[in-house]
Design a binder for this molecule. Structure first.
Ligand code: FAD
Length: 432
């Protein structure tokens, strides 16, 4: 019997539990979730401070959020969304989907809710066959327990701890400041002039929403060219913010030397990867948004039984979780053979070098910035799973990962291409 620990019951953790439960009678999953419910980041709350147990609020959802990916490419391969209705769905519908997934596979009874993982330590530091000593606090009784796990899947999410860039003289800024993690709705910004820093999904979406109530919104970013999108008339794109003008209280200095006087500054600058429960002896570092050393952005090079689900960004999150989880479980069952630790490390170092040679900044290491990277990643995992399945069937071993079909990735890519074309078509017809 192998105890497989899972940290977190958001989309990634639920997916890990779903597959761990059915893969083999020899796998016994144990899953801890610090909150009272499943769904992680999709559990909207008005609260922006601490939860009932004094932990920082985990979710970064805002009231009006609709998915920025169509539901057709957001579902797990073995649990499609109902076909009817809009493609871009409200956050509550997304949460309902995860609750339905959980109910469909009878997951909840296995989850230890209101249990926060405090510490993870290898039982044999430095040995690749180590097990994991996991210390957990039951938040209802304050009782501490430890569990020895053969393997651990870390599914704690990475959209919770705000990244705030340093801005010269920000301590002198007298306007309001907030990170999008704590943004819930536009009304507090009524009639204000607001600078939004960062133009990724949240920055763009929130800027447009603010325009309905604010006097003026400046979307400040370091992208080389302004967004070619049709934006509201009171939204203006500006260069990134580098400082606060000396001797003033509300004037921001931009990268191109120009200045802006604003009432409020909203950081839409992203999040840190954090694993506060990992002891130093786990040998994991996070520097410049690189979680290291992870083979295929997933498996610890020195400790193959320690896996991190959902690290890549600019991806299709749920299908990615699904294939990562099946891959990790296939490795744990010995169906997929991982390279040796030193080979995994050199492959990972090569990957870093390759991206550096392409001119990607090191903080983009986990970003699948092109379709080739995205689908290449899926195909690498899928190919290994396919080979393993072939071998298993040839040897007369039934393939235990029931949700796996050879065509999952091909089908997903096909849907993505159709959806993508439809979006381009919609944008073009909107412009005309
Ligand atoms: P989370 O959902 O964050 O779940 C992690 C879970 O781990 C939480 O329940 C947390 O309580 C628990 N946990 C953390 N630490 C501990 C601990 N120490 N002990 C016990 N439990 C712990 N993705 C899309 O595909 N489409 C979208 O449109 C989209 N929009 C987004 C909009 C916003 C504002 C944000 C923030 C994210 C969005 N995402 C979107 C990305 C989204 O985060 C992923 O889709 C996915 O839900 C992440 O799942 P997860 O399980 O990795 O993390």
């Amino acid at each position: 019997m192998k105890t497989v620990g899972i940290i977190g019951a958001g989309a990634a953790g639920l997916c890990a539990l779903r597959h761990a439960l059915t893969a083999s009678p020899n796998i016994v999953p144990v899953i801890w979730e610090q909150s009272k419910v499943v769904g992680g980041t999709w559990v909207y709350t008005d609260n922006i401070d601490k939860d009932d147990h004094g932990l920082p609020v985990h979710s970064s959802m805002y009231k009006s959020l609709r998915t920025n990916l169509p539901k057709e490419v957001m579902s797990f391969p073995d649990f499609p969304f109902p076909a009817e209705g809009d493609s871009f769905i409200p956050h509550a519908a997304m949460l309902r989907y995860l609750q339905d997934y959980s109910q469909n596979f009878d997951l909840e009874r296995h989850i230890k809710f209101e249990h926060v993982v405090l510490e993870v330590v290898p039982s044999k530091p430095g040995a690749s066959d180590t097990e994991w000593i996991v210390t957990v606090r039951d938040l209802t009784s304050d009782k501490l327990t430890t569990t020895l796990c053969h393997a651990l899947l870390i599914c704690n999410g990475h959209y919770s701890v705000p990244y705030i860039p340093s801005i010269d003289g920000i301590e002198n800024f007298c306007g309001s400041t907030m990170h999008s993690h704590s943004y819930r709705e536009a009304s507090p910004y009524s009639d204000q002039t607001v600078a939004v820093l960062g133009a990724s999904a949240s920055g763009l979406d929130i800027s447009v929403e603010l325009c309905s109530v604010a006097k003026k919104v400046y979307l400040c970013h370091n992208l080389p060219i302004p967004f070619p999108a049709a934006l509201p008339s009171n939204l203006e794109q500006k260069a990134g913010i580098v400082g606060v003008k000396q001797g003033t209280s509300n004037t921001l200095v931009l990268k191109d030397g120009s200045e802006l006087e604003v009432d409020a500054l909203l950081y839409c600058t992203g999040y840190y990867y954090t694993f506060p429960f990992l002891a130093d002896s786990c040998g994991v570092t996070v520097e410049d948004q690189q979680v290291w050393p992870l083979y295929r952005h997933l498996i610890h090079c020195d400790y193959p039984t320690l896996a991190f689900v959902g690290i890549p960004t600019k991806i299709l999150p749920f299908p990615l979780f699904d294939i990562q989880v099946r891959y990790v479980i296939a490795c744990l069952l010995g169906l997929v053979r991982l390279p040796s630790c030193s080979d995994m490390r050199s492959a990972t170092e090569q990957d870093v070098k390759k991206r550096a040679a392409w001119g990607h900044p090191s903080r983009y290491y986990h970003k699948m910035v092109s379709d080739d990277l995205l689908w290449g990643y899926f195909y690498d995992l899928q190919d290994d799973l396919r080979c393993a399945k072939k071998t298993a069937l040839k040897e007369g071993t039934p393939w235990p990962l029931t949700a796996s079909t050879d065509d999952d990735v091909v089908r997903l890519k096909g849907i993505w291409e159709i959806v993508y074309l439809r979006l381009v078509f919609q944008v073009l017809s909107f412009r005309n």
